[in-house]
Design a binder for this molecule. Sequence first.
Ligand code: FES
Ligand code: FE2
Length: 383
Amino acid sequence: MTRTGFVSEEILSKIKGWAPYADAKLGFRNHWYPALFTADVPENSPQPVMLLGEKILVNRIDGKLFAIKDRCLHRGVTLSDRVECYSKHTISCWYHGWTYRWDSGRLVDILTNPRSSQIGRHSLKTYPVQEAKGLVFVFVGDIDPPNLREDVPPGFLDADRAVFGQKRMVSANWRLGAENGFDASHVFIHKKSVLVHGNDIALPLGFSPGDPEQLTRSEVTAGQPKGVFDLLGAHSVPIFEGQIEGAPAVDGHRGSKRVAHDISIWLPGVLRVDPWPNPDITQYEWYVPVDADRHIYLQMLGRTVSSEQQAAAFEEEVRSKWIDMALNGFNDDDILARTSMQPFYRDDTGWLREVLFEPDKAILEWRRLASAHNRGLQSRENL
Ligand code: FES
Ligand SMILES: [Fe+2]
């Protein structure tokens, strides 16, 4: 086993240029991840989440958010299996009453043995947490957290950007989510989508790439989000007529709306498709590692607005139209692709057995960028 303890050295030694990514089965440590919607965490109502294989408990006290490790130091039970809070600023373990402060994680009392010498000597791990755009972001790591701006796609946090969406649990490793989203030639799976036909989107079956050198562009400026742009659309011939052995077989959709000019993916694993699913909307989607076999699929739609009323109208539009047609109707195809890939990659041999083709250059570039610019790998010893 290697650094993380999840993937064998034998497999990693055969991967050239992106072995750290292959080893990042539980994601990249020392990054911000959206875990919940703000509205999911009311006052004094601890919410359990699992991120990168770590059980975490998020709570709100006097409006402020706190996050602690959801595992008692005494015998390792999960605190959220039975939440017991007897003072505003603490949570007590339901098993033997070890009591921790939400802000520092410190063991401040033991209800069953108030004179224990362990009191004051230990602390639960705490996690930096912050709210932005209606989302709760948790920093899973050990370093001083960088600005959240570095871990989201450019523009996402802009003050005039309204974003709304939904999250789903998908039974596939987070990397299969990321690669499905960033894979331009997978538009093939969406050819019958209710969105493509209902919203009259121009969607080819795929792309015949031009010069491989022009297919991607990476951004790796210090202190800025790190990501890769897929330029396949600009440097390729879109395929609208699928042929088999010279005979017409299947067609793409020559709709009137031009979308998805600008597709990029950013560390720690978030896609931006601009515009999508309509010419005045941008889709952002996170693939948040939960454990080796699941990710949170967080789907957010953003629009530039100039008033609260416009933001509210956009929210209504997202809820009444785009969730059904796009985030479910369209993206259900993507979930099928991820869960269908999962058995092939589950034991890590898929990384060696896959046979890539020309448009996959963008995926390889993402693997390389993520390998080179992540802030750490989640390893077994952190769990
Ligand atoms: S396991 Fe938590 S107090 Fe004993
Ligand atoms: Fe897709």
